[in-house]
Design a protein around this ligand. Sequence first.
Ligand code: BES
Ligand code: MN
Ligand code: ZN
Length: 498
Amino acid sequence: MKFGFSSSPADSLACDLFALPVFDDQLLAGDVFTHLDRALAGLLGRLIDEEQFKGKKSQTLAVHTHGKIGPQRIVLLGAGPRASFDIAEVRHLAGRGARAAKNAGARRFAFGFGGIPTDERSVQLATEGTILGRYRFDRYLAEDAKKPDPLESITFSTDGAACQESWMTAVQRAEIVANATARARDLVNEPAGLLTPRRLAEEAETLAKQFSLEAKILGPTECRALGMGMFLAVAQGSDEEPRFIHLTYRPKGNPPKRICLIGKGVTFDSGGLSLKPSAGMEDMKVDMSGAATVLNAITALAQLGCPYEVHAIAACTENMPSGKSYKLGDVLRSMSGKTVEINNTDAEGRLTLGDAITYAVKLEPDELFDFATLTGACMVALGPNIAGVMANDQPLADRWLAACRQAGEEAWQLPLPERLKEQLKSEIAEMKNTGDRYGGAMTAGLFLKEFVGKTPWVHVDLAGPAHTDKEFGAIPKGGTGFGVAAIVEYLAPRASSS
Ligand code: BES
Ligand code: MN
Ligand code: ZN
């Protein structure tokens, strides 16, 4: 895709579709808007009245210009009140605009920043939005049902303001982030019948080759030798073999830090013998979203020349009911040596993650992260779009949350109250795998914490934001690739500081 910048007046831009965010309290006052309206002899103003376009976030207004000015079409994107506007929303505005361009079959798309400050950050977010807003998982659609996307060029218009050279660097960074996010979406969207643990491991090996990473894939025999009793117990009910994936990125020179990123890799979660009802199982191919996120984030980090040594780790398995399934009441011995009594086989994620954490801790990382579609309770607490963050190190949690904010990925911290550990007490083992219904996101976090030891650690429960059934801005329905942008924001510092 060809990206460019233009400081010419918006009405002279030669393009098929020009998208322009408009604040609700600035409807007729915005400079670009005024220029366009004047060039169209007041047509825009009249249409806005007729269509009752008020610049609300939910509103979009498309206008044909019939060759009167440079842009063939103008699409006004309601941006809501300016006072409460967050720059991170630029990704979604650009996503809406780019999707409109795709639907219109545009070859040349232009996006105006309107009254939004144009700098490296907004350019990066806008670029990500133009790529991610057009994303579709159309692999299995009939050829004639696939929406063609003839887009050739994307121009960011400043309508008069000077463009900076550093903006092109922001575009390149954004392309890397967005493409990695799109690849993560592809993995999440791929049906579980096809994306088995073995296939996921093959995908990881392909990524490793493509991006010059080290790849280590362990099968069940090797996992047994390492004592991964919890991971293997989850896997034993399935006819599909588990795979333990470990990719490594080593930068040139002496890295100042070693980082481990663990992703939950349950390729299908039926619940096991604690079988989920059909409706609860319907979307459970997304239960490997954490793995998709870390396996693709590490490729972006390699492309951006991240200064840290980074490990992406995923214990991949199905969770299935069968005559071989692990049972309620079973006592498992984890890789750490801790014994765990099973009171719900649907709390499988924490078992696979617990052993992955023990494996990661042996690498002696400076910081350890895990990303997991771990609990429905986290969605009850924070709704369907916000990730839950839990940590054993507050300064680390603060740095991580700041990166999420900067990247425009919503996350909110939950506590890890020691008192709730009581829920995990077992009479016959060191702990149980499941607590009560209330506080379920936190008892899951507390369970994981038992395997972390002193390593600074952040747990990200992305059960909500990993997928969506409502299109929103740069996020179409399905897998979202949540976390890739925040990880890159956290681990790949920009060359120039802004
Ligand atoms: N994979 C699910 C969590 C989940 C739910 C992810 C909805 C995405 C959307 C997880 O393995 C699970 O089943 N958790 C149980 C835990 C319970 C048994 C303690 C849950 O949330 O119900
Ligand atoms: Mn489950
Ligand atoms: Zn699960």
